[in-house]
Design a binder for this molecule. Structure first.
Ligand code: ZN
Length: 241
Protein backbone atom coordinates (compact mmCIF):
# COMPACT_ATOMS: atom_id res chain seq x y z
CA UNK A 1 0.00 0.00 0.00
CA UNK A 2 1.22 3.51 -0.80
CA UNK A 3 2.76 5.20 2.23
CA UNK A 4 1.06 8.49 3.14
CA UNK A 5 3.92 10.85 3.96
CA UNK A 6 3.46 14.31 5.49
CA UNK A 7 6.47 16.62 5.31
CA UNK A 8 6.30 19.17 8.14
CA UNK A 9 8.45 22.27 7.83
CA UNK A 10 8.91 25.36 9.98
CA UNK A 11 9.34 27.47 6.79
CA UNK A 12 10.87 30.57 8.37
CA UNK A 13 14.51 30.75 7.23
CA UNK A 14 13.38 31.00 3.60
CA UNK A 15 11.65 34.29 4.47
CA UNK A 16 14.60 35.99 6.18
CA UNK A 17 17.75 34.47 4.67
CA UNK A 18 18.23 35.08 0.91
CA UNK A 19 20.68 32.18 0.70
CA UNK A 20 18.07 29.73 1.95
CA UNK A 21 15.39 31.28 -0.29
CA UNK A 22 17.68 30.82 -3.29
CA UNK A 23 18.43 27.21 -2.37
CA UNK A 24 14.79 26.32 -1.72
CA UNK A 25 12.71 28.86 -3.73
CA UNK A 26 9.42 27.16 -2.81
CA UNK A 27 10.55 26.23 0.70
CA UNK A 28 12.58 23.28 1.92
CA UNK A 29 9.39 21.23 2.31
CA UNK A 30 8.69 21.55 -1.41
CA UNK A 31 12.33 20.70 -2.18
CA UNK A 32 12.03 17.57 -0.04
CA UNK A 33 8.69 16.69 -1.61
CA UNK A 34 10.18 16.86 -5.10
CA UNK A 35 13.21 14.84 -4.01
CA UNK A 36 11.10 12.12 -2.39
CA UNK A 37 8.43 11.86 -5.09
CA UNK A 38 10.40 9.32 -7.20
CA UNK A 39 10.15 6.89 -4.27
CA UNK A 40 6.41 6.53 -4.81
CA UNK A 41 5.01 7.99 -1.58
CA UNK A 42 1.70 9.86 -1.40
CA UNK A 43 3.18 13.16 -0.16
CA UNK A 44 1.55 16.15 1.50
CA UNK A 45 3.20 19.10 3.22
CA UNK A 46 2.35 21.11 6.33
CA UNK A 47 3.98 24.23 7.77
CA UNK A 48 4.13 26.07 11.07
CA UNK A 49 2.08 29.12 10.03
CA UNK A 50 -0.89 27.16 8.71
CA UNK A 51 -3.87 26.81 11.08
CA UNK A 52 -2.99 24.11 13.65
CA UNK A 53 0.48 24.09 12.00
CA UNK A 54 -1.15 22.09 9.20
CA UNK A 55 -1.39 19.13 11.55
CA UNK A 56 -5.10 18.75 12.20
CA UNK A 57 -6.32 15.50 13.72
CA UNK A 58 -7.61 14.54 10.29
CA UNK A 59 -4.20 15.15 8.66
CA UNK A 60 -2.42 13.12 11.33
CA UNK A 61 -4.99 10.31 11.18
CA UNK A 62 -4.24 10.07 7.48
CA UNK A 63 -0.45 10.19 7.85
CA UNK A 64 1.63 7.01 8.01
CA UNK A 65 4.95 8.79 8.40
CA UNK A 66 5.66 12.41 9.36
CA UNK A 67 8.98 14.18 8.75
CA UNK A 68 9.92 17.13 10.98
CA UNK A 69 12.29 20.02 10.23
CA UNK A 70 12.37 23.00 12.58
CA UNK A 71 15.05 25.32 13.93
CA UNK A 72 14.36 28.93 14.87
CA UNK A 73 10.74 28.60 16.02
CA UNK A 74 10.54 25.40 18.07
CA UNK A 75 8.94 27.47 20.86
CA UNK A 76 6.09 28.57 18.58
CA UNK A 77 4.85 25.02 18.07
CA UNK A 78 1.81 24.70 20.28
CA UNK A 79 1.86 22.17 23.10
CA UNK A 80 -1.56 20.96 22.00
CA UNK A 81 -0.27 19.99 18.56
CA UNK A 82 2.83 18.40 20.09
CA UNK A 83 0.57 16.28 22.31
CA UNK A 84 -1.46 15.30 19.25
CA UNK A 85 1.64 14.24 17.29
CA UNK A 86 2.99 12.40 20.34
CA UNK A 87 -0.21 10.41 20.69
CA UNK A 88 -0.13 9.45 17.00
CA UNK A 89 3.50 8.31 17.26
CA UNK A 90 2.66 6.11 20.26
CA UNK A 91 -0.25 4.77 18.21
CA UNK A 92 2.01 3.75 15.33
CA UNK A 93 2.71 6.76 13.07
CA UNK A 94 6.35 6.87 11.98
CA UNK A 95 8.38 10.03 12.68
CA UNK A 96 11.54 11.14 10.87
CA UNK A 97 13.26 13.97 12.76
CA UNK A 98 15.66 15.91 10.58
CA UNK A 99 18.75 17.94 11.52
CA UNK A 100 17.89 20.81 13.93
CA UNK A 101 14.64 18.99 14.72
CA UNK A 102 16.75 17.46 17.52
CA UNK A 103 15.63 20.45 19.62
CA UNK A 104 11.94 20.24 18.68
CA UNK A 105 9.36 19.84 21.41
CA UNK A 106 8.17 16.56 19.93
CA UNK A 107 11.64 14.97 19.78
CA UNK A 108 12.55 16.11 23.31
CA UNK A 109 9.24 14.78 24.60
CA UNK A 110 9.76 11.40 22.94
CA UNK A 111 13.37 11.16 24.12
CA UNK A 112 12.94 12.54 27.66
CA UNK A 113 16.39 14.20 27.60
CA UNK A 114 17.71 17.66 26.64
CA UNK A 115 18.78 16.49 23.13
CA UNK A 116 21.53 19.15 23.28
CA UNK A 117 24.77 18.89 21.33
CA UNK A 118 27.85 20.82 20.11
CA UNK A 119 27.67 22.72 16.82
CA UNK A 120 29.77 24.91 14.52
CA UNK A 121 29.19 26.47 11.10
CA UNK A 122 32.52 26.33 9.29
CA UNK A 123 31.85 24.69 5.90
CA UNK A 124 33.41 21.44 7.07
CA UNK A 125 33.44 18.13 5.24
CA UNK A 126 31.26 15.46 6.85
CA UNK A 127 31.47 11.71 6.33
CA UNK A 128 28.46 9.73 7.46
CA UNK A 129 29.71 6.19 8.06
CA UNK A 130 27.29 3.28 7.86
CA UNK A 131 27.67 1.38 11.14
CA UNK A 132 24.73 -1.03 10.72
CA UNK A 133 25.02 -2.22 7.10
CA UNK A 134 22.20 -4.78 7.28
CA UNK A 135 19.69 -2.23 8.58
CA UNK A 136 16.94 -1.40 6.03
CA UNK A 137 17.73 2.32 6.36
CA UNK A 138 21.19 1.62 4.90
CA UNK A 139 19.83 -0.25 1.86
CA UNK A 140 21.64 0.90 -1.27
CA UNK A 141 23.94 3.23 0.66
CA UNK A 142 27.72 2.95 0.20
CA UNK A 143 30.21 2.58 3.06
CA UNK A 144 29.95 6.30 3.71
CA UNK A 145 28.23 9.41 2.39
CA UNK A 146 30.47 12.44 1.99
CA UNK A 147 29.05 15.95 2.25
CA UNK A 148 31.61 18.54 1.09
CA UNK A 149 30.09 21.33 3.21
CA UNK A 150 28.16 20.76 6.40
CA UNK A 151 27.40 22.29 9.73
CA UNK A 152 29.18 20.32 12.45
CA UNK A 153 27.20 18.57 15.17
CA UNK A 154 29.36 16.98 17.87
CA UNK A 155 29.07 14.65 20.82
CA UNK A 156 28.02 14.54 23.41
CA UNK A 157 24.49 14.36 21.96
CA UNK A 158 22.20 14.09 24.99
CA UNK A 159 19.81 11.37 23.80
CA UNK A 160 18.90 7.96 25.20
CA UNK A 161 21.00 5.16 23.68
CA UNK A 162 19.36 4.42 20.31
CA UNK A 163 17.72 1.02 19.74
CA UNK A 164 19.74 0.97 16.53
CA UNK A 165 22.57 3.29 15.60
CA UNK A 166 22.89 3.30 11.81
CA UNK A 167 25.20 6.25 11.00
CA UNK A 168 28.12 7.87 12.78
CA UNK A 169 29.47 11.14 11.36
CA UNK A 170 33.05 12.27 11.23
CA UNK A 171 33.82 15.95 10.73
CA UNK A 172 36.92 17.63 9.41
CA UNK A 173 37.37 19.45 12.72
CA UNK A 174 37.73 16.14 14.58
CA UNK A 175 34.33 15.72 16.19
CA UNK A 176 32.10 12.67 15.79
CA UNK A 177 28.30 12.41 16.08
CA UNK A 178 25.56 9.76 16.19
CA UNK A 179 23.84 10.89 12.99
CA UNK A 180 21.34 8.10 12.37
CA UNK A 181 19.42 6.90 15.43
CA UNK A 182 16.41 4.57 15.54
CA UNK A 183 13.91 4.34 18.37
CA UNK A 184 10.58 2.75 19.10
CA UNK A 185 8.09 4.51 21.36
CA UNK A 186 4.77 2.73 21.86
CA UNK A 187 3.91 1.28 18.45
CA UNK A 188 5.68 4.09 16.63
CA UNK A 189 9.12 4.10 15.03
CA UNK A 190 11.33 7.17 15.14
CA UNK A 191 14.39 7.89 13.01
CA UNK A 192 16.62 10.87 13.78
CA UNK A 193 18.78 11.82 10.77
CA UNK A 194 21.31 14.62 11.15
CA UNK A 195 22.02 16.17 7.72
CA UNK A 196 19.96 19.12 6.55
CA UNK A 197 21.43 22.49 7.47
CA UNK A 198 19.38 25.10 5.61
CA UNK A 199 22.24 26.95 3.89
CA UNK A 200 23.69 23.88 2.14
CA UNK A 201 22.07 21.88 -0.71
CA UNK A 202 21.81 18.78 1.49
CA UNK A 203 18.29 17.77 0.42
CA UNK A 204 19.36 17.74 -3.22
CA UNK A 205 21.89 14.97 -2.46
CA UNK A 206 20.56 11.71 -3.89
CA UNK A 207 22.15 9.54 -1.21
CA UNK A 208 20.66 11.67 1.56
CA UNK A 209 17.23 11.47 -0.11
CA UNK A 210 17.65 7.69 -0.39
CA UNK A 211 18.35 7.43 3.36
CA UNK A 212 15.27 9.54 4.16
CA UNK A 213 13.15 7.39 1.81
CA UNK A 214 14.54 4.23 3.45
CA UNK A 215 13.67 5.77 6.82
CA UNK A 216 10.09 6.42 5.68
CA UNK A 217 9.77 2.81 4.51
CA UNK A 218 11.24 1.53 7.78
CA UNK A 219 9.04 3.75 9.98
CA UNK A 220 5.71 3.00 8.29
CA UNK A 221 3.14 1.50 10.65
CA UNK A 222 2.42 -2.21 10.68
CA UNK A 223 -1.25 -3.17 10.44
CA UNK A 224 -2.15 -4.70 13.77
CA UNK A 225 -5.57 -4.77 15.37
CA UNK A 226 -5.65 -2.31 18.31
CA UNK A 227 -3.77 -3.60 21.36
CA UNK A 228 -5.95 -4.69 24.28
CA UNK A 229 -4.77 -3.43 27.64
CA UNK A 230 -6.18 -3.31 31.15
CA UNK A 231 -8.32 -5.95 32.78
CA UNK A 232 -9.13 -8.81 30.38
CA UNK A 233 -11.34 -11.24 32.34
CA UNK A 234 -12.14 -13.41 29.31
CA UNK A 235 -8.56 -14.73 29.40
CA UNK A 236 -8.56 -15.65 33.11
CA UNK A 237 -9.39 -19.30 32.41
CA UNK A 238 -7.60 -21.39 29.87
CA UNK A 239 -9.84 -23.79 27.94
CA UNK A 240 -8.98 -27.54 27.93
CA UNK A 241 -6.37 -27.05 30.64
ZN1 ZN B 1 21.69 23.70 11.08
Amino acid sequence: MTIRLTIWHEYRHEHNNPKVAELYPDGMHMGLKKGLEPFGFDIKTATLDEPEHGLTQDVLDNTDVLTWWGHMAHGEVSDEIVARVHERVLGGMGLIVLHSGHFSKIFKRLMGTTCDLKWREADETERLWVVDPSHPICDGIPEYIELPQAEMYGEHFDIPAPDNLVFVSWFEGGEVFRSGCCYQRGQGKIFYFRPGHETYPIYYNEQILKVIANGVNWAKPVSNPPMKRGNIPEFMKKQDA
